[in-house]
Design a protein. Structure first.
Lengths: 127, 404
């Protein structure tokens, strides 16, 4: 179980832990994974009226790599518009954190969480 | 302040007691003879030491020293007992074996091997507290049940099985009864003169002796026969060939002597520490003790911490050396099969920690551990969406999760 320094840093000092108001029209919430699989990620984004992501928060039940993957994407998401956010790929996350092959699914889950949060936001704003 | 990491994994292995190490050393250097050498004093001296140790091992479990066969450890003892007895008695009795789902792999795998050879095995499911229901055991016995194997003390959850009741049922059925007692020596009283047990496995390194040495008790009255698994010079009355490692044997003897002399006092001290640890950890919300608390050795505490994930939990508590119910090195997240057999959910099985306390655990170690767990569990729950949902009153088992 050799973790990279970046994973350990995010695990020890996770960025942007917390919750945004899920009923706010400017907030999109994505919850992915399953407890029985050992990972659940909740990612939330808040966009301003220009469609720029102003804030991102996460909570993750999972291993160090899952925590680090979600912590990292909250940093990456801030300042991006939704189209830019959609271009974040799991391979970018895995590369940045030097995830070993058995932990690639953590980065996949983080990408899924971004897409789920954006989908939730778009659904709300269309309504 | 305790020196970290704090060792709380005495069920994995124990340090060799210094008195044991001192007793062993002369048998590596000056008294190096082969105990099988009959023609000179080097051999006689080594043989005397081996026989003295055999008496010491027998004394701890109230057996006759002639009933003790040296092996390389409990895994070998289990293999010799299970395969040796099943194969010896199959022709006369039958080919059905009973064991329990929560046995150590060193029992389960030999039984699986016998299944491949044409035996039929029943793996009993324990009750949710980890104990075998005697009525269910009785119902599983058949006229052709040649062998039953049930451990005395479970390695993960520390529960003590009712060996006497199970043994009596085996006796009445003409079934050979094997007991893996690797985790029991020095922790519970064992009286083989009274217990209806035919074969019992022992290990030295779980009881402050060296690794690489163990023993198998083979009852003489009524006499139990075995097919040898290791063939060669006919050592150990043909049960187990191979030159005896005198220094290891001397170490096991001394370790078991100390266990016999000090068990009562030591267990009282360890129980106090365990109860303190339990009381401290119980102040954390949503913790679950795995396995029966009463019918259990004082050395073991196995606890699941709900709403935190197992691998991150182990990362968080790296200042203490403990075992986890989660096999985090494997790609397929496989939770402890023992906890699963008790009916624990995957999540609770994953987030379990086995604390095992021993001879050198101090009160400061326990205080440190309680503080560490309180801090780290709080931090991980701060991070956990499941904890947030629990706090909001959402029943997580009713949520439809997208499995991935």
């Amino acid at each position: 179980m050799a973790y990279s320094d970046k994973v350990l840093d995010h695990y020890e000092n996770p960025r942007n832990v917390g919750a945004l108001d899920k009923n706010d029209d400017h907030v999109g919430t994505g919850m992915v994974g399953a407890p029985a699989c050992g990972d659940v990620m909740k990612l939330q984004i808040r966009v301003n009226d220009d469609g720029i992501i102003e804030d991102a928060k996460f909570k993750t039940y999972g291993c160090g790599s899952a925590i680090a993957s979600s912590s990292l994407v909250t940093e990456w998401l801030k300042g991006k518009n939704l189209d830019q956010a959609m271009t974040i790929k799991n391979s970018d996350i895995a590369e940045e954190l030097a995830l070993p092959p058995v932990k690639i699914h953590c980065s996949v889950l983080a990408e899924d969480a971004i897409k789920a949060a954006i989908a939730d936001l778009k659904q709300k704003q269309a309504a | 302040m305790s020196k970290t990491p704090i060792y709380l994994d005495y069920s994995a292995t124990t340090p060799v007691d210094k008195r044991v190490a001192e007793a062993m050393i002369p048998y590596l250097t000056e008294k190096f003879g082969n105990p099988a050498s009959r023609s000179h004093s080097f051999g006689w001296e080594a043989d005397d030491a081996v026989e003295n140790a055999r008496e010491q091992v027998a004394a701890l479990v109230n057996a006759d020293s002639k009933e003790i066969v040296w092996t390389s450890g409990a895994t070998e003892s289990n293999n010799l007992a299970i395969k040796g007895a099943a194969n010896f008695y199959a022709a006369s009795k039958g080919k059905h074996i009973i064991t329990v789902m929560t046995e150590h792999k060193a029992v389960i795998d030999p039984v699986r091997e016998l299944e491949r050879q044409g035996f039929e095995a029943t793996f009993l499911e324990p009750e949710p507290n980890g104990l075998v229901d005697i009525a269910k055991f009785k119902a599983a016995l058949r006229p052709d049940t040649v062998l039953a194997s049930v451990m005395l003390v479970n390695n993960e959850i520390g529960v003590i099985q009712d060996i006497e009741a199970i043994g009596n049922l085996c006796r009445a059925n003409g079934t050979i009864f094997h007991v893996d007692a690797a985790q029991a020596t020095g922790k519970v009283e064992i009286n083989l003169e009274k217990l209806p047990v035919d074969l019992m496995s022992f290990s030295a390194h779980k009881t402050y002796g060296p690794k690489g040495i163990g023993a198998l008790y083979v009852r003489r009255k009524p006499r139990v026969r075995l097919e040898a698994q290791m063939h060669g010079g006919g050592h150990e009355r043909g049960f187990r060939s191979g030159t005896l490692p005198t220094h290891q044997i001397v170490g096991m003897g001394e370790a078991f002597r100390i266990a016999k002399d000090e068990m009562a006092l030591e267990n009282a001290r360890i129980r106090r520490l365990r109860d303190k640890l339990l009381a401290g950890l119980s102040e954390i919300e949503e913790v679950y003790v795995n396995g029966d608390l009463k019918q259990r050795v004082p050395h073991n505490l196995n606890i699941s911490f709900n709403y935190v994930e197992g691998e991150s939990l182990i990362m968080a508590v790296k200042d203490i050396a403990v075992s986890s119910g989660s096999a985090c090195t494997s790609a397929s997240l496989e939770p402890s099969y023992v906890l699963r057999a008790l009916g624990r959910s995957d999540e609770l099985a994953h987030s379990s920690i086995r604390f095992s306390i021993g001879r050198y655990t101090t009160e400061e170690d326990v205080d440190y551990t309680i503080d560490l767990l309180k801090t780290k569990i709080e931090k991980l729950r701060e991070l956990s969406p499941l904890w947030e949902m629990f706090q909001e009153g959402i029943d997580i088992s009713k949520v439809e999760w997208a499995a991935h």
